[in-house]
Design a protein around this ligand. Structure first.
Ligand SMILES: Nc1ncnc2c1ncn2[C@@H]1O[C@H](COP(=O)(O)OP(=O)(O)OP(=O)(O)O)[C@@H](O)[C@H]1O
Ligand SMILES: [Mg+2]
Length: 371
């Protein structure tokens, strides 16, 4: 798929902006704090409905303004989609697809698929399991909106169950009612995750082998405190989950907290058998994330039938020349957006198939191709 056009009104430091993009490569250059990431953020919001930088939609509204408007025009193999998002300080955001207002936010997902790679993504490897769950959730939601709805349900049930555990008054029947609901939704989440991780692991291993010219083998493993083996079906996982809840019931009551379930899931990354988080070099950690991102592209292609778009925010300078080259020259069928403070190392001068934008303080001009 291709983002053909972006229109912004009062988003971040943009007063009004309308851009036509190149179907292959778009490079956005500018000094720090000029508005490069803001462009990628707006496209991302068009795909996911929320920012990758903040949970507060209001922060994206230009200072002293009441509303912000984002319009993204997408061309797919068989159709065109126009996504409009209106952010407001007063009311919840409003989303329209082809001029029709959405009733459920989840219905936005799948209209535009994106893979974002930013320096923040190193957190997937280096930081706590929250970051890895966020990665899994965002990705599966893009492919299966049904997963997103199940996740929302699960989180609501989890909250209720935690509340009950915290204010426990000796009535085990009540907990059991919640156990039933928690394991219904939870087992479904775990099946989605197991299948997703199995597939992304294979693709990431292939990508990693390619980038490291065969010298490193990357493994990605799903870790859950409920038994979720390869051959287990939904009903088996639910039984395992219930059993674990029973085992831990007294501890949970004492702690006032649900200790088992997909909200505690994690991912493990290993290179040549050693955990990347603890033993990987900086370069290996970056390459692992790069392999993971490239795997996401292929996985989405497989699921959706066409490639998503790729947003590379400020990551080029962190990669060596070989990896930079790989990104620019091997992803010809994927519309790519790159932000950078310096285009020279990108070495794209001989490559005519791109548009180069320059941003200065919320004003964008096209440097190349010249009009
Ligand atoms: N709500 C807002 N209203 C007005 N301006 C904003 C708002 N939010 C952010 N900005 C401005 O946007 C600019 C930052 O934009 P952005 O993050 O896109 O920069 P960048 O070009 O990616 O910089 P860097 O190279 O440092 O990553 C800053 O000048 C900031 O003050
Ligand atoms: Mg930036």
């Amino acid at each position: 798929m291709i983002v053909e056009e972006l229109k912004l009104i009062n988003q971040r430091n943009y007063k009004e902006l309308q851009l036509q993009f190149h179907p292959k490569l778009n490079v956005i250059v500018g000094e720090n704090a000029q508005g490069k990431t803001n462009i990628l953020e707006a496209i991302y919001v068009g795909a996911i409905g929320k920012s990758f930088r903040t949970n507060k939609d209001q922060e994206m509204i230009k200072m002293l303004k009441e509303n912000a408007y984002i319009k993204v025009k997408v061309r797919k193999i068989t159709d065109k989609v126009e996504i409009e998002i209106l952010l407001s300080k007063e009311v919840n955001k409003k989303i329209k697809i082809n001029k029709v207002p959405l009733i459920k936010y989840g219905d936005l997902l799948g209209n535009l698929n994106v893979v974002l790679f930013s320096p923040e993504d190193l957190k997937i490897i280096k930081e706590g399991p929250n970051e890895r769950r966020r990665f899994i959730n965002n990705d599966i939601s893009q492919i299966s909106p049904k997963y997103y709805y199940t996740l929302t349900q699960y989180n609501k049930i989890l909250q209720q169950r935690n509340k009950l555990l915290k204010n426990y008054k000796g009535n085990k029947i009540n907990i059991e009612i919640w156990n039933e609901q928690l394991t219904n939704q939870g087992a479904s989440l775990m099946i989605y995750r197991r299948n997703f991780i199995k597939r992304i692991a294979i693709l990431a291993k292939l990508m990693h082998r390619k980038i490291t010219e065969g010298s490193e083998s990357l493994e990605v493993q799903y870790e859950s405190n409920v038994k979720v083996k390869d051959d287990e079906e939904l009903k088996d996982i639910k039984v395992n989950f219930l059993k674990k809840l029973k085992e831990l019931q007294d501890v949970e009551i004492r702690r006032g907290l649900t200790l088992v379930g997909p909200h505690r899931d994690d991912l493990i990354f290993k290179i040549n058998g050693l955990e990347v988080k603890n033993f990987g070099s900086q370069g290996q950690q970056r390459t692992s994330v790069l392999s993971l991102k490239l795997a996401e592209l292929e996985l989405m292609k497989g699921e959706v039938g066409e490639y998503p778009i790729l947003l590379l925010d400020d990551v080029m300078s962190e990669l060596d020349a070989k990896r930079q080259n790989y990104l620019i020259h091997n992803l010809k069928n994927i519309q790519t957006f790159i932000t950078t403070t310096n285009i020279e190392p990108l070495n794209i001068n001989n490559d005519k198939e791109y548009t180069l934008f320059e941003v200065v303080n919320g004003e964008i001009s096209i440097i190349s191709p010249k009009k």
